[in-house]
Design a protein around this ligand. Structure first.
Ligand SMILES: CC(=O)[C@@H](O)[C@H](O)COP(=O)(O)O
Ligand SMILES: NCC(=O)COP(=O)(O)O
Length: 243
């Protein structure tokens, strides 16, 4: 079964809208775990518009499942990750002003930066995943940089799935995902995926990329929780991930 890591950024967005502490992010994380999440993901951004650096520190002793911190490896981010020591760190090539993540690493161009950062994280005992487009030519660079996993950026998949409304298995784009996943497995890299996954597109992705270890989902899951409740929603997503 593929693990579901719930990205709690959007709960923090709601909290920050008013100041104060509603909803309580620490309780949200614990409740997500109680409701069946296999992990908690946070993606602190430099402007701290949702998850704050202090949230990440406060979450560390409370998260009993897998803790995954995502972000661009700036000095501040690296200091935070090395202090908190999550189970996994997912490196994302976002510029500081990114509205959200919208591409994976160019593992050729940024090979030496990735090598250095990954080596530092791995020395601290942190598993490293790097965010990658569905582009088979970038997988070898992830391996040679020392990553343990790649996280497939599923934004374009989600968009095509919504636009096609037919048989997504016919899409060239989806073949790129399958080939990238196959190459990762062949090189001994484990596979995660995330971005814009939702209750409509998740099952198809899981069925066609069975080696998927983990998905991290936030935006759509939080939106669904408004209608179905958090516990039901987490269970609905988990059902999509059964082998
Ligand atoms: C790497 C990735 O796809 C997610 O972390 C996503 O970008 C969530 O970030 P935001 O919640 O800031 O949109
Ligand atoms: N790594 C992807 C993630 O954590 C959540 O992305 P989204 O579901 O908020 O688009």
């Amino acid at each position: 079964m593929t693990k579901l890591s719930v990205n709690i950024n959007k709960f923090a967005t709601l909290r920050n809208a008013r100041g104060g502490n509603l909803p309580d992010i620490l309780k949200v994380a614990q409740d997500c775990e109680r409701f069946g999440a296999d992990g908690i993901t946070v993606h602190p951004r430099p402007d701290e518009r949702h998850i704050r650096y202090q949230d990440v520190r406060d979450l560390k002793p409370l998260v009993t499942t897998e803790f995954n911190i995502e972000g661009y490896p700036s000095k501040d981010f690296m200091d935070l990750v090395l202090e908190v020591k999550p189970h996994q760190c997912t490196l994302v090539p976002d510029p500081p002003d990114a509205i959200t993540s919208n591409t994976g690493w160019d593992t050729v161009k940024y090979q030496s930066q990735l090598k250095e950062v990954i080596s530092t994280l791995k020395k601290a005992g942190i598993r490293v995943s790097i965010f990658l487009n569905a582009d088979v030519s970038k997988v070898a660079g992830a391996k040679s940089a020392g990553a343990d996993r790649i996280e497939l950026y599923t934004g374009p998949y989600a968009e095509e799935y919504t636009n096609a409304r037919t048989q997504p298995q016919n899409l060239q784009l989806f073949n790129d995902y399958k080939n990238t996943a196959r190459e990762a497995t062949a090189l001994g890299l484990e596979l995660n995926a995330g971005h814009d996954l939702n209750l409509e597109n998740l099952r198809f992705f899981k069925l066609h990329i069975p080696q998927l270890k983990e998905v991290s989902i936030g935006h759509a899951l939080v939106a669904d929780a408004l209608y179905f409740g958090l516990e039901n929603t987490i269970q609905l997503y988990k059902r999509q991930l059964i082998d």
